[in-house]
Design a binder for this molecule. Structure first.
Ligand code: ZN
Ligand code: FE
Length: 274
């Protein structure tokens, strides 16, 4: 793989199991151990095939929110591997052993991995993210954020409100810029097309759009991203930026009165953008 400006080098202990049309189920593995964790296993068969192929055993599952494409495989994987299942306290999901909220620590001793839970309501009412300071020999922090922050975009606001979603994204934006962002979908190309409509004169956005387009042409994953890359190119982290405010004003027909109003206008625009 050639060096990309907007896709950080892969993490040696994290790999993607593609599922459905555009989901990524993240597989966490410490070299030398057969024990693995998966994040948001919507499809048990996809996970099973990856485990069988490499002779691995599933010891933990991390869930970010209750949508079917993220939890659909839990029941079958529980029956097959009896992993410990972590998930959001404030959502109704069957089969969770440890129900987590902001500030909780998730300890995966088999992987020598500790993650901190961050509440990120908005896409769903009780959506959580998992943040790790480091994993294995790679010094970079890691974030598993489900459908809250995407590469170049953010999740739809299904159960929460724009102020909630913006506050959730602000928390993630405050993480160290080198933090790797493992989101749950390959939506980056359509997100960047929209970002280029919001900020048509932003060089970073245009350069990232070109890079992502060429990556997708050869079937390359554009995830993980990094917080620093998102701060430069993701319109949903840039609702205090002049160009984003100007685009929101154009949509609203007047100047937005707050960053929440800017964010909400941009999010609504994205819902109808083709
Ligand atoms: Zn979702
Ligand atoms: Fe999803």
């Amino acid at each position: 793989m050639m060096t990309r400006q907007f896709t950080p080098a892969a993490h040696p202990c994290v790999s993607a199991i593609p599922a459905f049309d555009d989901n990524y189920i993240w597989l966490l593995r410490k070299p030398g151990s057969p024990c693995v964790a998966v994040v948001d296993p919507g499809d048990a068969d996809a996970v099973d095939a990856a485990l069988q192929r490499d002779g691995l055993t599933l010891t933990s599952i991390l869930l970010t929110h209750h949508h079917r494409d993220h939890v659909g495989g839990v029941e079958a994987l529980r029956a097959r591997y009896a992993p410990k299942v972590f998930g959001p306290r404030h959502e109704t999901i069957d089969g969770i052993d440890q129900r987590c909220i902001e500030g909780d620590e998730v300890l995966l001793p088999e992987l020598e991995l500790a993650l901190r839970v961050i509440d990120v309501p908005g896409h769903t009412g009780g959506h959580i993210s998992y943040f790790a300071q480091t994993f294995g020999a790679d010094p970079r922090p890691l974030l598993f954020c489900g459908d809250t922050l995407f590469a170049g975009g953010c999740g739809r606001i299904f159960e929460g409100t724009p102020p909630q979603m913006l506050a959730s994204l602000d928390k993630l934006a405050a993480l160290p810029p080198e933090t790797l962002v493992f989101c749950a979908h390959e939506y980056t190309l359509s997100n960047l097309k929209f970002a280029a409509a919001v900020e048509p004169s932003c060089d970073d956005v245009l350069a990232r759009l070109a890079e992502v387009a060429s990556q997708r042409e050869i079937g390359e994953a554009t995830v993980p991203s990094a917080i620093g890359i998102e701060l430069r190119t993701n319109p949903f982290l840039r609702s205090r930026d002049g160009a984003v405010i100007a685009s929101a004003a154009q949509r609203l027909g007047r100047a937005p009165t707050s960053s929440v109003e800017t964010f909400a206008a941009i999010r609504e625009w994205k819902n109808v953008f083709r």
